[in-house]
Design a protein around this ligand. Structure first.
Ligand SMILES: Nc1ncnc2c1ncn2[C@@H]1O[C@H](COP(=O)(O)OP(=O)(O)OP(=O)(O)O)[C@@H](O)[C@H]1O
Length: 329
């Protein structure tokens, strides 16, 4: 993380890729006998689109609330943009956009008026410049999230998805260096999910680090560069997605029909690790060699390629690994 200037103000300059943007050390939150977040060490770096994964109740929202200073940890440390939270909240939070647990908005006011209000109240958030400038910023933000046409309607007439977009627009108006989103696509239809994904990727390209919590593996797989996996309050995995999904060394083969798969099993013998219908997993060979052998023997092949694990498999392995460790002996 870039060092804070000696006068104690927040460095407004861009973070360098790889700098730590969110760091927690031993972050723990207990509610009575329940440990909702258990000694979590997170390390989110500048430039990441970080997917914070975990089943319902695993502690994602509690962690996010601790990050933003909305809840005080029982123990452990939180740093945002290199500054200790919640002590530096007043300096750090204007540089952080957040969308947590359904955006709050005044129902009787229009989306645009809500944005103008939050702009006027946001300190050091670009809220300066008078009414006309605020209105222009609000209109720009509404356009970016696809609410340009309905920005003048009262928020009480918005669907959940529209409210979610409005919350994102409010977060964007801070021109944040870090955007923290808790389940951002809740209530959105597939088209809305695609639009939000595009928007987050565009923001990331222009220098915003994105931290989003989600239980939707497909969403995280399409969007994120690094993931953290929470399992019953513990961080059981933190890694780059391309590392987790690197080729396993085995070859995945799909024949056009069951007869072809039968013949492939006979031809490849012990190299076949498993078969599911017309799909085989083959070890000890590369895709080109496997293709040559099968096609040479007249087996029709639909697809051949290096095996990569899906995020679902990765998550399953790590949660199962932990469950196995806990089996009493
Ligand atoms: N204020 C609270 N008081 C008591 N228990 C709480 C409180 N907030 C959360 N918990 C408990 O802490 C655990 C973690 O909850 P949390 O909401 O952080 O999980 P989550 O991963 O965000 O789940 P979800 O996806 O369902 O929101 C749960 O068992 C929850 O019941």
């Amino acid at each position: 993380m870039s060092a804070a200037p000696p006068d104690g103000t927040l460095d407004e300059g861009a973070t360098t890729p790889g700098d730590s943007v969110v760091r927690t050390t031993g972050l723990t939150k207990r509610y009575g006998a329940l440990t909702a977040v258990d000694a979590v060490d997170l390390d989110v770096r500048a430039g990441d689109v970080y997917g914070f994964l975990g089943a319902n109740g695993s502690g994602k929202t509690t962690t996010v609330r601790c990050l933003l200073g909305l809840v005080l940890p029982t123990s452990g440390r939180v740093e945002l943009l290199g500054r200790a939270m919640p002590r530096a909240a007043a300096e750090v939070l204007p540089r952080v956009g957040a969308l947590v647990e359904g955006p709050a908005a005044y129902g009787h006011l229009s989306g645009r008026a809500n944005l103008e209000l939050s702009d006027a109240s946001g300190r050091r958030s670009g809220g300066e410049g008078g009414r006309r400038a605020r209105r222009r910023r609000a209109d720009e933000a509404l356009d970016r999230v696809g609410l340009g046409a309905v920005g003048r309607r009262p928020v009480r007439a918005y669907s959940l998805g529209m409210r979610q977009r409005l919350g994102l627009a409010a977060a964007l108006m801070r021109r944040p260096r870090l955007l923290v989103l808790d389940e951002p696509t809740n209530g959105l239809d597939p088209q809305g999910i695609r639009e939000i994904r595009e928007l987050l990727l565009e923001l990331n390209r222009t220098g915003t680090t994105v931290f989003l919590s989600s239980h939707l593996l497909a969403e995280v797989e399409q969007l994120c560069t690094r993931i953290g996996l929470l399992d019953r309050g513990r961080l059981v995995l933190e890694e780059r997605l391309d590392v987790l999904q690197a080729p396993t060394g085995r070859v995945a083969v799909e024949t056009t029909d069951a007869e072809g798969a039968d013949r492939a099993v006979t031809l490849l013998g012990d190299a076949v690790v498993s078969r599911t219908g017309v799909r085989l997993l083959v070890s000890g060979a590369d895709p080109a060699t496997v293709t040559e052998r099968l096609v040479g023997a007249g087996v029709r092949v639909q697809a051949v390629g290096p095996e990569r694990r899906s995020l679902e498999q990765v998550v399953e392995e790590h949660t199962r690994a932990r469950a196995a460790q806990e089996v009493p002996t």
